[in-house]
Design a protein around this ligand. Structure first.
Ligand SMILES: [Zn+2]
Length: 528
């Protein structure tokens, strides 16, 4: 009997990892890093809820780190099977895993320095660059829409998921010797919106025993927009920003969002729809990603610029070295600076914010989701002052947001994708979403005629027995490894907010008030 366990992304949107155990062999769909609050990230250091050596192979839906980021840890701990993925996913992983390893290593180095100062034992990085390199050797490319046999008893096929270059939904047919019936499953992976530059809308067959579907935006109905409307909104923001006389700084995710921006801005420049400007893409990772997009240019859809000029406009500067990056600091006006990370919690974007955020003639334009607790979230929440690299900066630049760039299907698009996959004879599992989003989606599906008893919101580490055409039996979930209340915001965020509020209050208080405030705090620290 086949069992399915949700080892991540159950009630959360990170750490995607599903385990299928046929009784004869075991395999994983995705092995993602946990991201979000420090409490969530601690899960990355804990053991897997399975023995990595016992896993025979893995199918990867796409290169995003919350789906692929624990692959090197899996390999470090003894996994030697094949990792199946599309060609573009393999190309993106070549630098994304090494980058993730570098972040782990440098983060731990800093952390250990801190621990040593406090006389505490040091910690090991989750994995290192050699582990990432060893992972790449296990990759095997598979084209879309063609059956392959990852193991005796399993056939698999990848379908365009329209979410990221190379992204796929995974169709599976399982039949062990002696089984009367085949078991059919579909894992959505992350699903893209209908209106998205570069990719056709998501596709997959219909009629399954079990479907595991993401539900990230299960409770969000976005305003409808077309690619043209989105470019017009960008045109208006850039024109307004550049006319203010300063720079326009755009925090952006390195992979795909940066290329979408280059595509749209390239179009606007070529058609003289925005003031003449220099555009800097200052992120080594975004530069590498752009190279992969150029390699796959012939597969990209909705390209409105000459393919030979895609991402290569004469006003574009794809910055590599640190010196080139620092030289941007001298530009006071007329530049569009795209830099990562998209939520401003790391990377070169912090330097560009330091140079522009306090200047009223500048604009900071956000084009992506900002997770609570990140610097991007603090800025977009209207903070008057922010702390970057240990120093305080007044927020005087115009803070703008464009909400129409998205890599995820919204609620109507998720509903449509699910309805097009019917009939579902066993069950629909909603994963990769907060509980609110999953519950909303479940209720709407019920209104549309799906049997609510066959829609499941799996818990962390919950295991189900699967039989062709029948309702799955839950074997329950062990003590959860994560308190869902602390995934987005934990005490570390409270602490950072408190320290910022304390500094600001002290600065604006008189001498006597400072002493009184600190005394009150000292009293509250004493055990009662
Ligand atoms: Zn994704």
């Amino acid at each position: 009997m086949t069992k399915l366990t949700f080892c991540g992304a159950a009630g959360t949107v990170t750490g995607s990892c599903s385990l299928l155990d046929t009784g004869k062999f075991r395999f994983l769909i995705d092995c993602g890093l946990f991201q979000g609050s420090k409490t969530t990230q601690e899960l990355n250091y804990q053991p897997f809820p399975f023995d990595p050596q016992s896993i025979d192979f893995l199918i990867l839906t796409h290169a995003h780190i919350d789906h692929s980021g624990l692959l090197p840890k899996l390999v470090k701990q003894g996994f030697t099977g094949t990792i199946f993925a599309t060609e573009a996913t393999c190309d993106l992983l070549k630098f994304m895993l090494a980058d993730s390893a570098y972040i782990q290593e440098s983060g731990v180095k800093r952390h250990n320095k801190n621990l040593r100062r406090r006389g505490l034992p040091s910690v090991e990085p989750i994995y290192t660059i050699p582990d990432a390199d060893a992972t790449l050797k296990l990759l095997e490319q598979q084209p879309y829409e063609q059956w392959f046999t990852p193991h005796q008893g399993v056939r698999a096929r990848l379908w365009n998921a329209g979410h990221l270059l190379g992204s796929a939904s995974v169709e599976l047919k399982l039949q062990m010797p002696g089984d009367e019936q085949e078991l059919s499953l579909l894992f959505s992976g992350d699903i893209g919106p209908e209106e998205k530059v570069f990719h056709p809308e998501p596709d997959a067959p219909e009629g399954f025993d079990y479907i595991v579907c993401e539900s990230t935006y299960g409770n969000r109905d976005r305003e409808d927009y077309t690619l043209e409307k989105r470019r017009e909104a960008m045109r208006d923001e850039l024109t307004r920003g550049l006319k203010r006389g300063g720079n326009v700084v755009i925090p952006s995710f390195a992979v795909e969002r940066s290329q979408e921006l280059l595509h749209d801005i390239g179009y606007l420049l070529a058609h003289n729809e925005i003031p003449d400007c220099d555009v800097y893409l200052d992120s080594p990772m975004a530069r590498r990603a752009t190279e992969v997009f150029i390699k796959h240019a012939s597969e990209l859809e909705d390209i409105e610029v000459d393919e030979a000029k895609l991402f290569r406009h004469e006003r574009f500067h794809l910055v590599q070295s640190l010196d080139e990056s620092k030289a941007i600091n001298n530009i006071k006006s007329g530049a569009v600076i795209i830099s990562a990370s998209g939520m401003c919690n790391a990377g070169r974007i912090k330097h560009h914010l330091k140079n522009n955020i306090y200047r009223p003639e500048c604009t900071v334009l956000f084009v992506g989701y900002q997770s609570p607790g990140t610097l991007g979230h603090i800025i977009t929440s209207g903070a008057e002052q922010v702390r970057i690299h240990g120093a305080e900066y007044k927020v005087r630049a115009q803070i703008r947001r464009l909400g129409n760039y998205s890599a995820h299907a919204d609620q109507p698009e998720l509903l449509k994708w699910i309805e097009e996959r019917r009939p579902i004879t066993g069950a629909l599992f909603l994963n990769h979403g907060e509980n609110d989003a999953r519950a909303t989606l479940r209720d709407l599906l019920q209104e549309r005629g799906l049997d609510s008893e066959r829609i499941f919101m799996p818990q962390f580490d919950e295991t189900f027995d699967l039989h062709p055409g029948t309702k799955p039996m839950s074997q329950g979930a062990p003590e959860p490894r994560l308190n869902l209340a602390h995934t987005a915001h934990d005490w570390h965020n409270d602490y950072a907010e408190f320290m910022l509020a304390l500094t600001t209050t002290l600065e604006s208080s008189g001498e006597q008030e400072k002493y009184e405030l600190l005394n009150r705090l000292k009293v509250s620290l004493k055990p009662s």
